[in-house]
Design a protein around this ligand. Structure first.
Ligand SMILES: [Zn+2]
Length: 84
């Protein structure tokens, strides 16, 4: 069966970056989209609310290039997201 093609838009080629390491500590960030190359898997980060201060700690060159690991997120005060 041919693969169904969705209408293409400017963001339809968006792919997770191949960046499996935390830019803060260099440890594996366990980023599911980065590992799988798809955005449709649940990642640990979707269960947490990451504080803006966490991103402020990143050097500008690292912003938007890799996910932070869970340990750094929790150390920076990430909280479990409210259910629902
Ligand atoms: Zn880290």
């Amino acid at each position: 069966m041919p693969e169904a093609k969705l209408p293409t838009g400017p963001s339809s080629d968006l792919r997770p970056l191949d960046a499996p390491q935390c830019p803060l500590c260099g440890q594996p960030n366990a980023c599911v989209p980065s590992a799988s190359g798809r955005f449709d898997g649940a990642c640990w980060c979707t269960e947490l609310t990451l504080p803006p201060a966490l991103f402020a700690r990143l050097p500008e060159s690292a912003r938007g290039t890799a996910c932070i690991c869970r340990a750094c997120a929790l150390a920076a005060g990430a909280r479990p997201r409210d259910p629902g």
